[in-house]
Design a protein around this ligand. Structure first.
Ligand code: NBP
Length: 510
């Protein structure tokens, strides 16, 4: 094995898989972890002499790690975002040589990345803030990679990054995003879109289950069918898988979902403690869908919140993303919700009475239209950020590298790419003819679904805010004239007129 030109520190789930991905592409790689036991186990399991025989070089101290890499070095850090990144940098610096390149592949705050680029540059090192999306599986088999920072740094390692990224129609899902914190900023917005996408799917599920009364089996079938159409995406695909997973830990004391059938499901690989409905058919006791046993408190690591915070600073109305963040906060108030459920009234005497299939199709259309809005908002935010911080973002390229590997990969990213290829300065994605047409076709069912949700008391914050954004954006005149009048009346804030230039202050009627 030749001396590695790259090393990776941080051998948790992402680091291990990414290191193996690099090694499997024929690039020997030195590996390191704060807890050295993990490094030993990892290299024993996958390194030279193991059944995988991958070109991994185990190292223990920071000095050993750095010495194991050929100069000029490239070192990838896959550690917890925040302070650990600074600690790792501090520990590595005494051992580095001028010109070495550090890559932070974690979900770091882009302003931290901007700071680290400057600090390391002052010390003679290069630093890239690089978004990596795709979770464990993507890291191993090909993630979407969003590198930002000095172009010189990217050029040094682009052969490795493009080789290990997902490939779609021969195109790597990795491109240089831009200078400074652009890579981590784009990754953060990607995560914001992911939040919205997941919330929209959860709302569709809620409507199918609690408005139309579909069983889990039927819901799984609906998602499988949707995945064959315009909604084709990783998140819809995994949602269908979730509805095909039974819970091995379910006790026999609680009842099976009424009307549930457990036949005819596509085979999936069952994780320990779970099995598929086929396995269930040979089970001596009736069983439960695992999804029903999952506590309804959504976790988060902060990237969605960062998108919303940044959107407020930039003045970009990313309503669907922010509602998705708020929905996770509300879900986390489980104890309060359990109490509130006993006190607060919902609609009385209202039941679903429409045609089920028509409603299912309408939910599909509402999901599709809301998803267009969520992406449009995310791209709008990146447009504002690019202006604010001079990021040279190429939106068509972003859509290209999100087509594979990452969590928000979806069929319609091809259409987003086409839209920005045709019109790089597109004001809003919703205005691209393909999406404007899609929204036009979906708008009536979208409205029907939201009206039905309101009537039945099913919360749809992301569906509803997406529609309100659409209706607001397409309105030539909004009621903001009244807000300006109020501001001028109580605070002499002045206003502009529709019929003449200048700013005005009026004495409003007593
Ligand atoms: P974690 O985010 O759980 O981080 C664990 C790693 O950080 C371990 O290697 C740990 O070493 C190391 N570490 C910590 Br914690 N504090 C350290 C310190 N002070 N000095 C040195 N090392 C330290 O791992 P992950 O889930 O693999 O994620 C890695 C990065 O990738 C994160 O930024 C994450 O947000 C991002 N990311 C994760 C995913 C995903 O699906 N999980 C997807 C995309 C991006 P130890 O073993 O000694 O404790």
């Amino acid at each position: 094995m030749s001396m590695p030109r790259i090393g990776l520190t941080g051998l948790a789930v992402m680091g291990q898989n990414l290191a193996r991905n690099v090694a499997r592409h024929g690039f020997p790689i030195a590996v390191h972890n704060r807890t050295t036991e993990k490094t030993r186990e990892f290299v024993n399991d996958y390194g030279p002499g193991s059944e995988h025989n991958e070109p991994l070089v185990a190292t223990e101290s920071e000095a050993d790690f750095v010495q194991a890499i050929a100069v000029p070095r490239t070192i990838v850090m896959m550690v917890k975002a925040g302070k650990p990144v600074d600690q790792v940098i501090e520990n590595l610096i005494p051992h580095l040589s001028p010109g070495d390149l550090l890559i932070d592949g974690g979900n770091s705050l882009w302003t931290d990345t901007e700071r680290r680029i400057k600090e390391l540059n002052a010390k003679g090192f290069l630093f890239l803030g690089t978004g990596v999306s795709g979770g464990e599986e993507g890291a191993l088999n090909g993630p979407s990679i969003m590198p930002g920072g000095p172009k010189e740094g990217y050029d040094r390692v682009s052969d490795i990054l493009t080789a290990i990224s997902a490939q779609v129609q021969g195109t790597p899902c990795c491109t240089f995003i831009g200078e400074g914190g652009a890579g981590h900023y784009v990754k953060t917005v990607h995560n914001g879109i992911e939040y919205a996408d997941m919330q929209l799917i959860a709302e569709a599920y809620d409507l199918l289950k609690n408005a139309a009364g579909l069983t889990n089996k039927e819901i799984g079938d609906v998602f499988t069918e949707w995945n064959a159409g315009d909604l084709d995406s990783f998140l819809i695909e995994i949602t269908a898988r979730i509805f095909r997973t039974m819970d091995d830990l379910a006790g026999s004391d609680s009842g099976k979902e009424a009307g549930e059938r457990t036949d005819a499901a596509t085979s999936i690989e069952a994780a320990p403690g779970t099995r598929t409905p086929e396995a269930e058919s040979s089970s001596p006791t009736p069983d439960h869908y695992l999804v029903d046993k999952v506590l309804d408190k959504a976790g988060q690591k902060g990237t969605g919140k960062w998108v919303s915070q940044s959107a407020l600073d930039l003045g970009s109305p990313v309503t669907a993303i922010t509602e998705a963040v708020f929905a996770r906060f509300l879900s986390a108030q489980k104890t309060e919700r359990v109490e509130a459920a006993k006190i607060l009234a919902g609609p009385t005497g209202e039941t679903f009475s429409g045609d089920k299939q028509t409603f299912i199709n309408a939910v599909r259309d509402a999901l599709y239209a809301s998803k267009i809005v969520a992406y449009a908002q995310g791209f709008d935010q990146m447009k504002q950020a690019a202006k604010e911080w001079n990021y040279d973002l190429h939106f068509g390229e972003l859509a290209t590298i999100w087509r594979g590997g990452c969590i928000i990969r979806a069929r319609f990213l091809d259409r987003i790419k086409d839209a920005y290829d045709e019109q790089p300065d597109l004001a809003n994605l919703m205005l691209a003819p393909y999406f404007a047409e899609g929204l036009k076709d979906a708008q009536n069912p979208w409205r029907t679904v939201i009206a039905e949700a309101v009537r039945l008391g099913v919360p749809t914050p992301a569906f509803s805010s997406a529609l309100a954004y659409y209706d607001g954006y397409r309105r030539e005149r909004l009621p903001a004239n009244l807000i300006q009048a109020q501001r001028d009346l109580f605070g002499a804030h002045t206003y502009e007129r529709t019929d003449r230039e200048g700013t005005f202050h009026s004495r409003w009627a007593e």
